[in-house]
Design a protein around this ligand. Structure first.
Ligand code: ATP
Length: 354
């Protein structure tokens, strides 16, 4: 069975009268990469700082390796941390930056030099030891910041939006690099981000946070395909919302823009005639018939954008509109604005929003 390495239990944090984190519970396995994902102000940095020991929780407990660390100072917790701003020491070389924590810990010179060389090689900057931070690109500086955090071989790596100051291309390549290094070292990692793509592509599991609470904890696949709340469904990925009414809650039949759709799921807490919000991911919808997609609703093409490999189509469905991408095929002419067209999908792909 997997071993819990970090355990956050019933944590609450208030600043004065304002509660910014509440009812927070999470068990992270050894070696796991877990992201805290949420909009600005949802409490993700505060929760990370509580794990790091920079903030004291108002209630609750943090355990690392089975030990209660709630009252330990950051430097007693055996953590490595990387922040958004590069925060390298400008007057120290790359090698001195990476070796900084080792020096503080009194690691003998020879061992420290060997570890710095190893870290330089892990971050793929073996020749950069004698450079100064100002001689590095933003992406290189963040790799050095990562190496500096990892050199003392911490038990836990905490990353606070480490990619958000970088330009898009570097961000994507660093994502893969950080994840590769994390896997190679097997270090348990918490990664704070407001970027859903980062969280989806890097994480073993994601904690989606909203209003200081964990809305859902799950694998990227679960979070995207089985969002537990309306907030998660709309924050992660593109969502097409369809408003309908319940026809029969027991069999799960709903009516959307004149079409009866059998969800084949009991609609708990709903009565016939109730309004219901349903949602579909763009990739779950086609225009016209599609094998395996058993439900359809009448609509009208309202917009067509030719993007090269795909054609983005918007279809009005009663008072709602859905967006979908179809692959470009030179043999098939694209849909035309104003045409009537059924949208087709698998009823099992319809999400019921709570
Ligand atoms: P961002 O992505 O913008 O950093 P976040 O999700 O990380 O957002 P936090 O930084 O954890 O959010 O902040 C959560 C809330 O707590 C915010 O409303 C913030 O203003 C408040 N807050 C954070 N630190 C303090 C503090 N030291 N004193 C008072 N309020 C604080």
């Amino acid at each position: 069975m997997a071993e819990t390495f970090l355990s956050i239990q019933n944590v609450r944090k208030a600043f004065g009268a304002t509660t910014v984190v509440q009812d927070f519970n999470l068990d992270v396995e050894r070696g796991e990469f877990v992201s805290f994902l949420g909009p600005s102000g949802c409490g993700k940095t505060t929760m990370l700082r509580i794990v790091a020991g920079f903030e004291e929780p108002s209630a609750g407990m943090v355990m690392v390796g089975g030990k209660d660390v709630t009252n330990l100072k950051p430097n007693q917790r055996d953590i490595g941390m990387v922040f958004q701003a590069y925060a390298l020491f400008p007057n120290l070389t790359v090698a001195q930056n990476i070796g900084f924590g080792l020096k503080v810990a009194g690691v003998p010179r020879a061992e420290s030099d060997a570890r710095v060389a190893e870290m330089l090689s892990i971050i793929k900057l073996p020749e950069f030891g004698s450079r100064y931070p100002y001689q590095l690109s933003g992406g290189q500086q963040q790799r050095v910041a990562l190496a500096r955090a990892l050199a003392p071989r911490p038990k836990l790596l905490l990353l606070d939006e480490p990619l958000s100051a970088l330009d898009a291309k570097v961000r994507v390549s660093l994502r893969e690099e950080i994840r590769g290094i994390q896997k190679k070292l097997g270090i348990t990692t918490i990664f704070v981000t407001h970027d859903q793509e980062e969280a989806l592509s890097m994480s073993d599991r994601i904690v989606v946070m909203y209003g200081g609470k964990a809305e859902q904890v799950g694998t990227p696949f679960e979070i995207y395909n089985k969002p537990a709340t309306r907030f998660v469904a709309s924050f992660v990925g593109t969502l097409n919302i369809l408003e309908g009414t319940v026809s029969d809650p027991a069999s799960g039949t709903v009516r959307v823009n004149g079409s009866e759709i059998a969800l084949k799921r009991k609609l708990d807490g709903k009565a016939a005639g109730d309004e219901i919000s349903l949602a579909l991911r763009p990739e779950a919808i086609s225009v016209g018939d599609h094998p395996g997609r058993d439900a359809s609703i009448a609509g009208e093409i309202s917009d067509v954008s030719f993007l090269g490999s795909v054609i983005r189509v918007r279809v009005g469905v009663g008072k709602n509109a859905v967006s979908l991408d179809t692959f470009n095929s030179p043999a098939t002419p694209p849909p035309v604005v104003g045409e009537t067209a059924n949208i087709t999908f698998a009823a099992s792909d319809l999400l019921v929003l709570q």
